[in-house]
Ligand binder design. Structure first.
Ligand code: SAH
Length: 455
């Protein structure tokens, strides 16, 4: 076992799911922040256990071939972009390898067709949504920024390199409002103060921006003053409040209070229009979302007559994207507000062949297909959260015997686990397409096509 403050020399060989470099010294695994595979560095042990230790870089001895200077000045402190020290090519290589490793090791597929990852031409300023915590600095002045990795210390920032260019103006308006309005930042330790987070979201296709302040109360004093200043920022269409009085890490509360202008923004994916409330789940990278959905659409192989299920449908984005090419689409989603949005968005686009249901997919889907055996399923699309699909759902999917299954996943490990079960008997793994939705971060999205063997 090492001791705290011990100095070691280590070659970084791999990287964890949360972006720390991994190396080995005397059989003990070292986790080193801000170090990437190929770096050789002198490190100081921060915390030591029997088989592993956390350490920080004291000195870089040899730099990894793919190492770059991060584009963002707070990269070493901010927890958002874990891969900011890697060139974009290296990031893509790493993500593709992660998908391949999971499919092979966890899924047990030795000869799967894994297509080259689709990255972005311009992998910065891609995000349409940002959430900034607000607090008080040591000098008592309000700070607005980002949480440092694995902590709730706020790193003050002017803005974020991954968010659309121009959002900095909104943050500085809010900062000025905090300094002049008497509104106090929320304090996590005491639970006192009002302003907790600032959420901003932009529709890239329309330019519409909404600002939502998450507050520990029901009212925002001098809100008119803030709105007046926000109105001078091009694109801003609305100001809302979200009420969160709980002492919790969860950012949003349940209640939305529209204050000025609109309570939603409009955006397009392809030619489908969406109205999005600040509280709805909506993909954060519009350019790659189109790529992701186009891939799902092409994998679905629709001819205009099929019955399609979109399980874990959110606000119905995939459902509506597929509806034009399908006979009928059924969407299932657990959040009632999201389903309300899905229905509204269907009618907004004049789409009449999509129907939506609220509830857990693993409960609603088996129940519906039992109650309405006439419906059937030609294609099933799933897009679950990181934990993947429930086993009851997977069994129901198999029982429905669709011609194709399209699995959209944000976690290759649970994806591989589920694929193993789905492809045990009748289904064949056809194609695996990784898509980079989150340049700079360790996350990777994957679209998979499975089809029935007998065809
Ligand atoms: N397909 C959508 C949303 C994907 S995110 C899109 O591309 O925008 C995953 C969604 O699954 C979230 O909207 C989440 O609320 C929902 N969800 C989580 N658990 C669920 C469950 N057990 N049953 C149905 N939906 C669930």
């Amino acid at each position: 076992m090492f001791e705290k403050n011990q100095i070691l020399e280590v070659l970084i060989e791999d990287i964890t799911d949360t972006g720390e470099g991994i190396g080995h010294v005397n059989g003990i695994t070292l986790f080193v922040k801000n170090a990437i595979p190929g770096d050789r560095c002198r490190v100081r042990v921060l915390k030591a256990k029997k088989t592993y230790a956390f350490a920080k870089v004291e000195e870089m001895l040899t730099l990894a071939p793919g190492r770059v200077t991060p584009a963002c000045e707070v990269a070493s402190m901010c927890g958002g972009c874990q891969l900011s020290y890697m060139s974009y090519e290296e990031q893509l290589r790493l993500k593709e390898k992660k998908v391949r490793d999971c499919i092979t090791r966890i899924g047990g597929f030795t000869d799967a067709e894994i297509l080259p990852i689709i990255g972005m031409d311009e992998p910065t300023a891609y995000r349409n949504k940002g959430q900034f915590p607000v607090g008080e600095g040591r000098d008592g002045r309000p700070v607005l920024g980002f949480y440092a990795g694995r902590s709730h210390r706020i790193i003050p920032t002017e803005g974020c390199g991954m968010l659309w260019k121009g959002h900095e103006e909104i943050l500085s308006v809010v900062r000025r409002f905090l300094e002049t309005s008497g509104v106090k930042p929320y304090c996590e330790e005491t639970g006192k103060g009002l302003l907790r987070h600032v959420l901003i979201r932009k529709g890239f296709a329309t330019g519409e921006i909404i600002v939502c302040l998450i507050i520990n109360g029901d009212k925002l004093p001098n809100a008119g003053m803030l709105w007046e200043a926000l109105c001078r920022v091009p694109g801003v269409v609305g100001l809302c409040l979200n009420v969160n009085k709980e002492q919790t890490n969860v950012i949003l509360g349940d209640r939305l209070i529209p204050l000025y202008g609109k309570a939603y923004i409009k955006d397009y994916i392809g030619d489908i229009c969406f109205e999005i409330s600040p509280m709805s789940f909506y993909q954060v990278n519009p350019v790659q979302t189109k790529v992701l959905y186009d891939t799902a659409l092409s994998f679905a192989g629709l001819t205009g007559t099929e019955t399609v299920w979109d399980l874990y449908c959110g606000i119905g984005t995939i459902s509506l994207f597929l509806a034009k090419a399908a006979g009928k689409v059924y969407g299932v989603e657990i959040v009632p507000e999201a389903i309300a949005d899905a229905k509204k968005n269907a009618s907004l686009n004049g789409i009449t062949n999509a129907e939506f249901f609220v509830g857990a997919a693993e409960e609603v889907f088996p129940r519906l297909v039992k109650e309405r055996p006439d419906i059937g399923a030609d294609v099933i699309v799933v897009d679950p959260p990181r934990k993947g699909c429930d086993s009851v759902l997977l069994e129901t999917m198999l029982r429905m015997n669709p011609r194709r299954i399209v699995y959209v996943s944000c976690d290759p490990a649970t994806l591989a686990r589920d694929l193993r079960l789905l492809c045990e008997k009748d289904y064949r793994l056809e194609k695996v397409q990784p898509v980079d939705q989150f340049p700079g971060s360790v996350h990777v999205e994957t679209v998979v096509l499975m089809s029935r063997d007998k065809e």
